[in-house]
Write a protein that binds this ligand. Structure first.
Ligand code: ZN
Length: 114
């Protein structure tokens, strides 16, 4: 299967304001860290763009980046080749997937403000 840059670019647009398709998905992939999860079962989902009339944006339960696609989007979100091409294009080669790292919970650091 060949994925054109245009195809991958169009998929990128569905990583924001995508509440409608995320809620119909049973599988989601984070294109930054590679974490895959079931949005119906995952606890503590964090949504951005609460006020957007276009729909909210889901962030990754692991890394917190807003780069999630669900299987209801119609894109091959579990195809390793697609995932790699998309992460390279969207993050210019700077992602946990590009670095070959496993998904990991980002440490919450407490910044003291005096
Ligand atoms: Zn992630």
């Amino acid at each position: 299967m060949y994925y054109s840059p245009r195809y991958i670019d169009e998929a990128h647009r569905l990583t924001i304001f995508h509440e409608e398709h995320i809620l119909r998905s049973s599988r989601c992939t984070c294109f930054y860290c590679g974490y895959q999860f079931d949005p119906q079962r995952e606890q503590d989902l964090v949504w951005w763009d609460e006020e957007s009339p276009k729909g909210r944006t889901l962030t990754c339960p692991k890394c917190g980046i807003d780069c999630i696609l669900g299987d209801a989007s119609g894109y091959p979100i579990t195809d390793k080749r697609f995932i790699r091409l998309a992460t390279e294009m969207w993050f210019s080669g700077y992602s946990r997937i590009s670095d070959g790292l496993e998904p990991d919970k980002i440490k919450q650091t407490c910044i003291e403000v005096s």
